[in-house]
Ligand binder design. Structure first.
Ligand SMILES: Nc1ncnc2c1ncn2[C@@H]1O[C@H](COP(=O)(O)OP(=O)(O)OP(=O)(O)O)[C@@H](O)[C@H]1O
Length: 300
C-alpha cells in the first residue's frame, strides 16, 4: 500500500533539549492548520522507549509520515518503530545535538522544519545495527559510550552538561585492548574511541566521519587508539573543522560488516544514548531500509 504522506503523526518527547516552553500544537496549527486534505495528530511520550511503540501504532493506523519531535534518542526510537512498516520518518529537531537532522539538511528552526512536511521529499536511508539493535546516525564503543553513560546519570541535559561530563571523564578513561575484523583484515589495538558512522556527525556539527554517505550501503569506521592531550586537542579541532580523516589523529575504514571482541565488556552507545555492554559486538548495515523526509539541500 502506498503510504499516505498527507497523514502526519507527531511523536513528541517533552524532555528532549533544554527549552521547556515549546508550543508544538500552536506551531502546527499555524503552519499546517489551513492545508486542506492534510490530517495531523500529536502524541506525547510518557517514558523512555514509548516513542517506538507510538511510532509503530501510528504506521499501523495509516499515518504515512511519523515525525520524531526530539533529539537523536527520540529519532532512534521512532525509526526503530517504523522499520518495515513503509511509513516515512520526519524529524522536527528538538534535541541538544540533532545529528541526523543536520545530516539530512532539516532546518533547526521549528517552523521551517514543519514546512518541509507540507510536501515531503522522501528518500530511503541506510540503517546500522549493533548486535541487532538499530541506529540511524552513529554508534560507538569506548570514550564516547562512557560519556553517554555518565551523561545519562548527570541529572541535567544539553550541550553544556555533555561538555562538562566529557572534560571530567577525559584522563580518567583508559583505552581498552580489542580485536577488530573488518574487510578480511584483523586488527589488534587499543580502543579509546571506535565509532560506526552511518551519518557524518555526532550532532552539534561534530564531524566524526565527514565523508560518511547515509545512502551508500556502507559504515564508516573511525578508530582513535590513544588520546594524549596533544591528540585530544587535534581530535576536538578535527571534529569541529570536519578534517579528522586527514589529521593523522584517527584511522578510517568503510565496510558492510564489522566484528569487535574484547576480554572486558565494552560499553556501547546507539545514536548518543548508552545502550549496554558486550564482549562480542557485530555491526552491520542494512542498505536503504528506512524512508525519511529530507531537507531541500540534502544531496546524497
Ligand atoms: N516522557 C519521557 N520521559 C522520560 N524520558 C523520555 C521520555 N520520552 C523520551 N524519553 C527519553 O529521553 C531521552 C533523550 O531524548 P533525546 O535524545 O531525543 O533528547 P536529547 O538528548 O536532548 O537530544 P540529542 O540526542 O539530540 O542530544 C531518550 O533516550 C528517550 O528514551
Amino acid at each position: 500500500m502506498t503510504p499516505n504522506y498527507s497523514r502526519l503523526c507527531f511523536i513528541f518527547n517533552p524532555i528532549s533539549g533544554t527549552n521547556r516552553r515549546f508550543d508544538l500544537r500552536g506551531l502546527l496549527h499555524r503552519q499546517l492548520g489551513s492545508i486542506s486534505g492534510l490530517h495531523y495528530e500529536v502524541r506525547p511520550t510518557e517514558y523512555a522507549g514509548h516513542a517506538e511503540e507510538l511510532a509503530r501504532s501510528a504506521a499501523t493506523e495509516g499515518f504515512g509520515v511519523v515525525v520524531a519531535v526530539g533529539g537523536d534518542g527520540t529519532v532512534n526510537e521512532v525509526g526503530r518503530g517504523l522499520l518495515g512498516t513503509g511509513a516515512a520518518m520526519g524529524v522536527l529537531p528538538r534535541g541538544s545535538g540533532n545529528g541526523l537532522a543536520r545530516h539530512l539538511g532539516i532546518p533547526l528552526t521549528p517552523a521551517a522544519a514543519v514546512d518541509l512536511l507540507r510536501k515531503p521529499r522522501v528518500l530511503p536511508i541506510d540503517v546500522g545495527r549493533l548486535n541487532g539493535k538499530p541506529f540511524f546516525c552513529t554508534a560507538g564503543l569506548g570514550f564516547d559510550a562512557h560519556v553517554s553513560r555518565c551523561f545519562a546519570e548527570a541529572g541535567t541535559r544539553g550541550l553544556a552538561t555533555y561538555v562538562r561530563v566529557a572534560l571530567r571523564e577525559y584522563g580518567r578513561y583508559q583505552a581498552t585492548p580489542i580485536d577488530i575484523e573488518v574487510n578480511n583484515q584483523h586488527i589488534s589495538t587499543d580502543c579509546y574511541v571506535l565509532a560506526f558512522a552511518n551519518a557524518a556527525q555526532y550532532g552539534n556539527n561534530a564531524y566524526i566521519a565527514p565523508l560518511a554517505n547515509i545512502r551508500d550501503g556502507l559504515l564508516d569506521l573511525c578508530l582513535i587508539d590513544q588520546m594524549p592531550l596533544s591528540r585530544a586537542m587535534r581530535v576536538a579541532y578535527g571534529l569541529a573543522a570536519g578534517d579528522l580523516p586527514t589529521s593523522g589523529a584517527a584511522t578510517y575504514h568503510t565496510a558492510q560488516t564489522v566484528r569487535v571482541s574484547s576480554k572486558q565488556p565494552l560499553g556501547f552507545h546507539l545514536d548518543g544514548d548508552f545502550a549496554g555492554e558486550a564482549t562480542n559486538i557485530a555491526v552491520v548495515i542494512e542498505p536503504l531500509a528506512l524512508p525519511v523526509v529530507v531537507g531541500t539541500s540534502f544531496k546524497q
